[in-house]
Ligand binder design. Sequence first.
Ligand SMILES: [Zn+2]
Length: 111
Amino acid sequence: MVREQSVPGRVEHLPMRPLWLCRRCGQPWPCGAAKVTLVADYRDSPVNLFLYLAGHLHEAIDDLHRLNPSLTGSAADMFDRFLGWPARRVHAYRIPRPGSAVGGGESQDCG
Ligand SMILES: [Zn+2]
């Protein structure tokens, strides 16, 4: 039951606020490595991943807008940066259309 812990001297792919750049690779957070880690960490609870990212999105818009409104870009860009990508990776993100018959087995795991 030993989870990987942060090793001294090893910088993880976490956001550096208020710039919201990755502490390790300097890419806009969440960077590719951070996304891989997040998807793995939250694979059993994609809704929690969504909530986690939504909270960060709110804070990032606040921080970046305070620093320099032109850095923030459009709200759509920020939304896609934080919340758009899991929908393309996590199947459970797909929301069933209202009115369509859902015959069970809504969370099939294809491995
Ligand atoms: Zn990174």
